[in-house]
Design a protein around this ligand. Structure first.
Ligand code: COA
Length: 152
């Protein structure tokens, strides 16, 4: 059985998972500082992570979402997305945002299946901000795709 709970203050953040979604330790540390970190646990092991941060009084953003490689494709990502929506709704936020790269096909599929709509593209975001070219699915990751979902 998998369940999600907030990371306790004294617990070490699961960097191995956080860095799967975001290779910059510096960025991860900066949003861990101001955001809320949740972990998915299965058989008492951390198998997934979610970091939410307030963008405006109405909007939360998913800054990081990741599931351990051996546990991917089993529905834990969806559990984490549903949890983010629940937090949003319980705290009276009305919008949930997430962003991913143009080459992240599985992530784009998952987020749109979960009801996120593409709202914008930050052209050449990865070219400008990362020192080396990134390729996924044989596609260069150049642009940041912005998605959001209205939460009632
Ligand atoms: N086309 C269509 N659907 C696809 C797909 C594709 N190419 N690839 C994956 N999917 C769908 C699956 O079919 C599944 O949906 P379904 O149950 O309706 O069939 C869904 O995506 C995956 O759901 P789930 O098993 O809940 O996701 P997960 O536990 O594997 O977690 C991530 C998803 C993205 C969190 C996980 O893969 C991960 O940690 N990736 C590495 C880190 C990362 O990229 N994080 C996000 C940064 S933006």
């Amino acid at each position: 059985m998998t369940y999600i709970k907030p990371l306790q203050k004294d617990d070490k953040p699961p960097y191995e998972l956080l860095l799967l979604a975001d290779p910059s330790r510096e960025m991860v540390d900066s949003y861990l500082e101001n955001g809320c970190c949740y972990v998915a646990k299965k058989n008492n092991h951390i198998v997934g992570v979610l970091v939410l941060i307030e963008i405006t009084t109405h909007t939360l953003e998913i800054k990081n979402i990741a599931v351990g490689e051996t546990e991917q494709g089993k529905g834990i990502g969806k559990l984490l997305l549903n949890h983010a929506e629940e937090v949003c709704s319980n705290k009276q936020y009305t919008k949930l945002k997430i962003a991913t790269g143009n080459s992240s096909i599985a992530q784009l599929a998952l987020y749109q299946k979960q009801g996120f709509e593409i709202t914008g593209i930050d052209h050449n975001f990865f070219v400008r901000n990362y020192p080396e070219s990134i390729f996924e699915n044989n596609i260069q990751c150049k642009h940041l795709i912005l998605l959001e979902k209205r939460i009632s």
